[in-house]
Design a protein around this ligand. Structure first.
Ligand code: FAD
Length: 326
């Protein structure tokens, strides 16, 4: 008989990422439906002090692996630590974030634990004690429901910004248990890249995104999108054409071969709306398109369309936002 549901939290730059709270909230729902406890796993450097806060979002007990060597996500160190915690229980399911790190981690964990992985899910339901998870397939053109054989361990990675997050209940701290960490030899083969401490809003967690495409014409022109983004508290994204031109880093790319985003508001500027771009942002709540070509395909997906030269429209729009704020 399974005795728990596990959620794996992501601790980066001194705090848990918002998606971890969404995953914890979803885990609580499943644990309640199955009548079992919800356990959290928190791995990182300096994570101990914050671990009990996962309780605010429904976690009952958190297993903490805290070590300076775990500062950044490195598969060789994270996977054995997390797998050994999970192996000591009999979980009904394991939930993680479908973030860049989470997708890598979940695939490796699933292989090690012989779990059945449903990647990048947008909904999880529990029917008569059995889990079902919904995930977009074929670049979002279809939705598939995944089910598990009775003896399989369901592992589910949850798409950021899609599942409901409970309101934090600061009276509900989780119990915290430290676990011994042995950093494997293989650690020396890989090192984490430097953490981004610029304070930039992470694309997959942003409520508002302003994205630029080939219509921006040059790297330096993105400064007008940066200004608008600053006023709106938004993140800046890009189409692949802008990334391939070297105007933006690949980490800004939205689409089939970039990031999948789900903001409340997505403003596409000088982006035509190719199917591969739509695959990454088509499920945004509101889409605004700015394009001088009234026939651009992006307008078939947009809730609001602005047919105008972006170099006229964007600075004027930024000015209006500034006025509204003052
Ligand atoms: P374009 O299609 O060239 O569009 C530029 C737009 O800017 C035009 O509509 C034009 O009217 C408008 N414009 C120009 N000047 C102005 C102006 N002054 N004012 C207003 N509007 C203006 N693409 C992605 O984005 N993400 C992906 O992840 C991705 N993955 C891919 C994977 C594969 C396997 C393949 C084959 C392609 C992929 N692509 C991806 C590429 C995709 O097919 C398109 O080529 C790309 O999205 C086009 O980018 P764009 O809209 O910026 O450029």
């Amino acid at each position: 008989m399974a005795d728990c549901v596990f959620v794996v939290a992501e601790f980066r730059g001194g705090d848990f990422r918002r998606v971890s709270y969404e995953v914890a909230s979803e885990g609580r729902k499943i644990a309640d439906a199955l009548g079992v406890s919800l356990y959290g796993i928190a791995v990182g450097s300096g994570v101990t002090d914050k671990a009990s806060q996962l309780g605010f979002y429904g976690v009952d007990k958190v297993f903490v692996a805290d070590d300076p060597a775990l500062e950044s996500y490195v598969a060789e160190t994270y996977v054995p630590v997390i797998a050994s915690i999970i192996e000591q229980a009999d979980p009904a399911a394991v939930l993680l974030a479908a973030s860049v790190d989470g997708k890598d981690l979940s695939a490796r964990l699933a292989a090690r634990l012989e779990a059945g992985l449903a990647q990048d899910c947008t909904e999880v339901v529990c029917e008569d004690g059995a889990l079902k998870a919904k995930r977009p397939i074929f670049a979002g053109k279809c939705l598939a429901w995944c089910e598990w054989a009775e003896d399989a361990l369901p592992m589910i990675s949850c798409r950021p910004n899609v599942m409901d997050c409970r309101d934090a209940d600061a009276t509900r701290e989780a119990e915290v248990e430290a676990v011994a960490v042995e950093i494997p030899e293989a650690r020396s083969r890989a090192t984490g890249l430097e953490l981004d401490t610029s304070g930039k809003v992470e694309l997959t967690e942003a409520e508002i995104i302003v994205s630029g495409g080939r219509g921006m014409k040059a790297s330096e022109n993105f400064s007008i999108l940066e200004e608008l983004a600053t006023e709106l508290g938004a993140a800046v994204g890009a189409s692949r054409a802008a990334v391939d031109a070297g105007w933006r880093p690949h980490s800004d790319q939205v689409g089939q071969t970039g990031k999948v985003v789900n903001p409340n508001l997505y403003i596409a500027v000088g982006i035509s709306g190719a199917i591969q771009h739509l695959a990454g942002m088509g499920s945004s709540k509101y889409i605004v398109a700015v394009n001088k070509d009234p026939e651009a395909p992006i307008f078939t997906k947009a809730d609001y369309g602005v047919v105008e030269d972006l170099f006229k429209f964007v600075p004027a729009f930024t000015e209006e936002v500034r006025k509204m704020k003052s």
